[in-house]
Design a protein around this ligand. Structure first.
Ligand code: DQQ
Length: 496
């Protein structure tokens, strides 16, 4: 705990100082988790963009290494922008990343580990044939970035998607390659949307229907469902569909991008430019996202740092195959310490109940409510209403709490977020889990069906001064079926 730095986190990934943004190329290789990220080694604002590199054995504690990529070559001198890793046969890990070149054109580059026998893969060398791809034809020089992890098709060719905007449409351009070094653009993109502008950080992967198991990005099987995620409008939108690897076509099932208020997002708060990877050690897909600051640039300069990574989340498809479910990886249990528990307690309307003995500023809280009286509920049409606007209008300023009351500071973002949760309160409990870590609150509604991440900058409720309450803002009683709150230990993030 740091009195002078009350907004630094205890168990979220952040380097000791400086700017970070997108997670890049997370992977599990030879018993080691690698996390790369957009990083400014020289200061707390965006610039000098390098690939920071940290490794972990448990996704909780991290060793910080020297940046894997720095902007030094004519093809990346203005920034080593986002990209991904792929483990080619060998096994041979590669990085594909976007370089912002001397003319500020975005080009795609390759890097490989210098020494495969180094278990930490500390040093990476840039390919002598860089750049591999330059923006030509209908691709604008500033709209060609963020190559995905590659997957292999039945013809033995590797495929990647790259974020772009073609003719004003958000597009996942598709490329194929036999060897990972020379790439050819496919005639058709994998997918595009006339409803959006530029797509950043596209991610494309299969999910296993019927269980929580993750699948390798190249997995192919009957009835496999695929997810396509694109980053735009500061949000992470995804669609679910079927992928035909022979024709290289993707068909969306259900809602397409931006056609409805119920279009799915990974997170309805602050969470962007995410990247998933297949964790072969635990047969799961793990998702990381960048959680930016909601304070001002001058605050970031004073703090000396900006940006967090979300706590890593397992991600799988719901049993009705309609949407994704996210849940903090189970390793988090190792950080839980002191616990407070409530079972079967009635919580009348307008009541605020203090949860004692927990370090509220660094906690993991799971609560489930059952509603006994649904006779006076208000009906709304979920198709016609934007949940964030609804929640902003009906904020909790009278008897509860929301982000609008998270700080007395004036110059921090206090937007109120909102999301719908698909559940039947007559037969299911209303469940909420929140990871509270000083200046970040990651909340998972309905066992992970809807997630909202927020940044908070309290002036008074910092460190030991923070308190935890469970409250009922309604007029009718609800029952707290169970509430478990744990104080959380600190994760170790240290240079090696
Ligand atoms: N951040 C990177 C880009 C990416 C954007 C630059 C998304 O590659 O499109 O730092 O946050």
């Amino acid at each position: 705990m740091d009195e002078l730095q009350p907004y630094r986190t205890g168990f979220h990934f952040q380097p000791p100082k400086n700017w970070i943004n997108d997670p890049n190329g997370p992977m599990y290789f030879n018993g080691v988790y690698h996390l790369f990220y957009q990083y400014n080694p020289y200061g707390p604002l965006w610039g000098n963009i390098s690939w920071g590199h940290s490794i972990s054995y448990d996704l909780l504690n991290w060793f910080l290494l020297e940046p894997a990529l720095s902007p030094k070559e004519p093809y990346d001198i203005n920034g080593c922008l986002s990209g991904s890793t792929t483990i080619l046969p060998g096994p041979q890990p590669i990085i594909l990343y976007t370089g912002q070149d001397l003319n500020n054109s975005q080009v795609q580059n390759l890097a490989i580990p210098k020494n495969l026998s180094d278990p930490l893969l500390k040093d990476w060398i840039k390919w002598s044939g860089n750049p591999l791809l330059t923006p030509i034809d209908d691709i604008k020089p500033g709209q060609f970035r963020d190559p995905s992890t590659a997957w292999i098709g039945p013809d033995g060719k590797w495929r990647i998607v790259i974020g772009s905007e073609i003719n004003g449409h958000g597009t996942a351009l598709l490329y194929h390659s036999r060897n990972g070094t020379s790439w050819t653009r496919s005639k058709n993109p994998l997918y595009f949307s006339s409803k959006t502008g530029m797509w950043e950080c596209p991610d494309f992967y299969p999910v296993s229907s019927g269980d929580k198991k993750g699948l390798d990005t190249s997995f192919e099987g009957n009835n496999t469902i695929h997810v396509l995620k694109a980053s735009f409008n500061n949000r992470e939108y995804y669609v679910i569909g079927n992928y035909d690897p022979i024709k290289d076509q993707f068909f969306v099932i259900g809602n397409d991008f931006m056609v409805s208020n119920t279009q799915f997002q990974y997170d309805y708060g602050r969470f962007y430019a995410s990247k998933s990877f297949y964790d072969s050690a635990n047969q799961r897909r793990v998702l990381w996202g960048w959680v930016n600051e909601g304070d001002s640039q001058s605050d970031d300069v004073k703090k000396g740092w900006s940006g967090l990574q979300s706590f890593p989340r397992s991600i799988w498809i719901s049993s009705n195959r309609k949407q994704l479910v996210q849940w903090p990886v189970d390793e988090i249990h190792k950080l839980r310490t002191k616990r407070f528990n409530i079972t079967n307690r009635e919580l009348p309307g307008s009541v605020l109940l203090k949860i004692p003995s927990i370090t509220a500023s660094q906690a993991d809280v799971e609560v489930s409510f059952s509603l006994t009286n649904l006779s006076e509920i208000e009906l709304i049409d979920s198709e016609a209403i934007d949940p964030q606007i609804l929640c902003s209008q009906k904020n909790a300023s009278i008897s509860g709490s929301d982000q609008s009351r998270s700080s007395i500071a004036q110059d921090v973002d206090k937007s109120i977020y909102g999301a719908f949760l698909d559940l039947d309160p007559l037969h299911e409990k209303i469940r909420l889990r929140s990871l509270i870590d000083h200046s970040i609150v990651e909340s998972f509604g309905g066992k992970g069906l809807s997630c909202i991440t927020a940044r908070v900058y309290p002036k008074l409720a910092i460190n030991e001064q923070a308190e935890l309450y469970v409250f009922n803002n309604g007029t009718q009683s609800v029952t707290i079926s169970t509430l478990n709150a744990w104080s959380m230990k600190e994760a170790q993030i240290v240079p090696i």
